[in-house]
Ligand binder design. Structure first.
Ligand code: PBG
Length: 339
């Protein structure tokens, strides 16, 4: 048998030399299997009350809580850079947080005012995403209502439906349930449709893990103090599980999710790859606050090259199968990609 025959479809040295394709920049670009562009990015940003305010988040250097006017101004840069969408998160004043998270259903709350202002300024030039979950509004920091120490499912969903509808009324394009209650996608879809919002999309935080990587986000929205020593393990997924993620995604798609998301990102790329290859649905990943904090801290110490690890980490999401990435690096990455 000749060398060629034994080599099979994978080839064999020395006739096959994989370094040949890597020799020149143009050639590496030519054979690249994935690519990253500004249109793949969703920029999460935190809004707070006030005017002309920009307060840096201690555990996320370079990320600010912005008053609505400042947020609107900065979103102009995102539009200009070709970023597809932004995701707004409210830092609700502590005095408005209650056990029943009633502020979540106030049509004039911070998030609804922010949505209206962003839509008034930019229309359809950029998509607006808003979470549905109670943690920015609850005095206990949980994503749902608590009874006898347990986050109750079906009662929580009733509040989430109202929360989704008022955000859609304010002009939100994509409602993103991040609460992990069972059955909420179907219930919210039905509620939105009944309210005349059938064009409003649903991005399900479908495989959302009970992760320690959310710490800096909870500082940003001021919910870490509320949550205290509590955790979210009775509703967010166990990091040990992978098959269960497929069941979560299957249910959310069946209930009407337009896109599904995996969260956190980099430690869960195996989940992204499985979800994408199993369902072939729009699959998003969230590079969460703790991931941003890790890369930023290492770069600040001179241990990593900030721009290089930012772009490499984002490209890795694309390679794993993500169609879009929520990242606090969105603006910076879009600028770096523009060159
Ligand atoms: C709220 C929510 C969280 C994040 C997004 N939506 C925090 C949590 O579930 O505790 C985390 C995002 C991040 O860490 O960047 N339910």
């Amino acid at each position: 048998m000749s060398t060629q025959e034994t080599a099979g479809p994978w080839g064999q040295f020395p006739s096959t030399r994989l370094r040949r394709n890597r020799r020149h920049g143009w050639s590496r670009r030519l054979v690249a299997e994935s690519s990253l562009s500004a249109s793949d990015l969703i920029w999460p940003l935190f809004v707070q009350e006030g005017e002309s305010a920009a307060v840096e988040i201690g555990s996320m250097p370079g990320v600010y809580r912005l008053s609505i006017d400042q947020a609107v101004a900065q979103i102009g840069d995102a539009v200009e850079l070709g970023i597809s969408a932004i995701a707004l998160f409210p830092a609700t004043p502590a005095k408005l947080k209650t056990p029943d998270a009633l502020e979540a259903t106030n049509p004039d709350n911070l998030i609804c005012r922010a949505i209206r202002e962003v839509k008034r300024a930019y229309g359809d030039a950029i998509g607006v995403v808003a979470d549905v979950a109670l943690d920015p509004y609850s005095s206990h920091g949980q994503d749902g209502l608590v009874k006898n120490g347990y986050v109750v499912n079906d009662e929580t969903i009733e509040v989430l439906i109202t929360q989704a509808i008022i955000q859609a009324d304010a002009g939100c394009d994509i409602i993103a349930p991040s609460d992990m209650m069972d059955g909420r996608i179907g219930a919210i879809r039905k509620g939105l449709d009944k309210a005349g919002h059938h064009p409003v999309q649903l991005m399900a935080y479908a495989a959302k893990y009970a992760s320690a990587f959310y710490g800096p986000f909870r500082d940003a929205v001021g919910s870490s103090g509320n949550l205290g020593s509590g955790d979210k393990r009775t509703y967010q997924m166990n990091p040990a599980n992978s098959d269960e993620a497929l069941r979560e995604v299957a249910l959310d798609l069946a209930e009407g999710a337009d896109m599904v998301m995996v969260k956190p990102g980099m430690p869960y790329l195996d989940i992204v790859a499985r979800v994408k290859s199993t369902f072939a649905a729009p699959t998003f990943a969230y590079q969460v606050s703790g991931e941003y904090a890790m890369l930023t801290a290492a770069a600040a110490n001179g241990w990593l090259d900030r721009e290089a690890v930012m772009l490499e980490s984002l490209l890795a999401f694309k390679r794993a199968g993500a169609d879009a990435i929520l990242t606090y690096f969105a603006l910076e990455a879009a600028r770096a990609l523009r060159g």
